[in-house]
Design a protein around this ligand. Structure first.
Ligand code: C5P
Length: 394
């Protein structure tokens, strides 16, 4: 992942046991391409030593307002000037209270007050501390002040109690930060999309499906959320977690997918069919497991509805985008689909270039012609598709 390449993040670590997770968070931020400068409170440094963060970030760690390593002795000003965001994780009840009231009695609180970049905080504390009206008042105040609150999660706590107050997992915090730093060209747009394969039953234990992994559709759903869209993802059976912020509706067969789509399409501004929908289903699904009898077995198949074509031909059709996975003649088949299904955009790829894998090479076809994108990770391809979509809608 390189989605934070070129970004500078100041990571504030305050004094809670979740400080140990901030070490993993630092590693993930670096892995995502960010430059990381860690600032610790005195109590934060009691849980994990600054040496750990220095080794992980590759940068000096800052703990005191009176640090003479800066020639001007103004680390509280300098540190955020080159930063794209200040992220405090874990953020204790105490630091939240200080920030809500504008206190500046150590380096972290002082530089937060003096910052000129956005602030994100990931609270971490005992469930009673979190639900205490004083903390909730402080959090509400911070939200009003434009601070982005990440989490907290609910679950087991270090003190042995169970409830809300656990710091969000480092991977989820990084995901929230990546999303936060993106431009939002699709803000206010509702996207309905399909992804994954469908599963057409033969009998209660067998079915017909295909090798679609859902990775391209899920990567696209994630990129759409990052671009500010509201995303509903009607998904066939896949082994993927729903991206943060995406509403997933799980289905099995093409007809279930069609029903789930038609129920929601009236609210959608954009419809994107990424699913590898089975063209045919078994005409008569057996109620019981089929026993082996003769040497051959014939299954009669019947056509499935074409969900994308149906949506595109609605009187008030949303902006429709289709995918074309072909094994040959990509240009002709993909641009043919553009007109045949009355689509605004078709994302074409050769199946041998993308299906099931982690990278993809696609060509975008619209009324203006063909626009090839370079071979890249499905994450980057998804970002490229969203950028093109945003240009078309903008
Ligand atoms: O016609 P073809 O199956 O190649 O078209 C692929 C596009 O149509 C994809 O966007 C796919 O999600 C959509 N599709 C659909 N319902 C079908 C078949 C394809 O929505 N039954």
């Amino acid at each position: 992942m390189t989605e934070l390449t070129g970004k500078t993040i100041v990571l504030g670590v305050s004094g809670g046991i979740a400080a140990y997770k901030a070490a993993e968070l630092t590693r993930l931020l670096i892995k995502a391409g960010a430059r990381v400068h860690v600032v610790m409170t005195e109590n934060g440094a009691r849980f994990v030593t600054p040496t750990t963060f220095q080794a992980l970030s590759g940068n000096p760690v800052w703990t005191e307002a009176w640090d003479e390593r800066r020639a001007n002795n103004m680390s509280h000003i300098d540190l955020t000037r080159a930063a794209d965001a200040l992220l405090i994780a874990p953020a204790t009840a105490n630091i939240l209270a200080k920030l809500a009231n504008g206190l500046a009695d150590d380096l972290l609180s002082t530089l937060t007050l003096a910052r000129d970049c956005p602030l994100l905080v990931a609270p971490a504390m005992n469930r009673q501390m979190w639900s205490n009206p004083a903390t909730q008042r402080n959090v509400a105040q911070l939200k009003t002040d434009g601070v982005r609150i990440i989490g907290p999660d609910a679950g087991e706590q270090a003190c042995g109690e169970v409830g809300e107050g656990r710091m969000s997992e480092p991977a989820d915090i990084v995901e929230a930060l990546i999303s936060f730093l993106q431009l939002k060209p699709l803000a206010g747009k509702t996207v309905l999309m399909t992804a994954g394969p469908t599963y057409e039953p033969i009998d209660p234990v067998r079915g017909i499906t295909n090798i679609s992994s859902g990775k391209m559709g899920y990567a696209l759903a994630r990129a759409l959320v990052h671009a500010g869209a509201q995303v509903q993802l009607v998904s066939g059976p896949v082994a993927l977690a729903a991206p943060q912020g995406v509403e997933r509706i799980g289905v099995q067969s093409a007809r279930e997918m069609q029903q789930a789509v038609m129920l929601r399409v009236a609210q959608a501004d954009i419809f994107i069919g990424v699913a590898a929908v089975a063209d045919y289903r078994v005409a008569n699904v057996a109620a019981d497991k089929i026993k082996k009898t003769g040497d051959t077995l014939t299954l009669e198949l019947t056509r499935n509805p074409d969900i994308l074509a149906e949506v595109a031909s609605l009187p008030a059709a949303p902006f429709c985008v289709g995918f074309a996975a072909e094994s040959q003649n990509l240009d002709a088949y993909a641009s043919g689909k553009l007109t045949a299904k009355r689509l605004k955009l078709v994302v074409g790829n050769l199946v041998q270039d993308g299906m099931g894998g982690d990278t993809n090479q696609v060509v975008l076809y619209d009324a203006e012609g063909a626009h090839p994108l370079p071979r890249a990770s499905k994450t980057d391809v998804a970002a490229g598709i969203v950028a093109h979509l945003a240009r078309m809608l903008g």
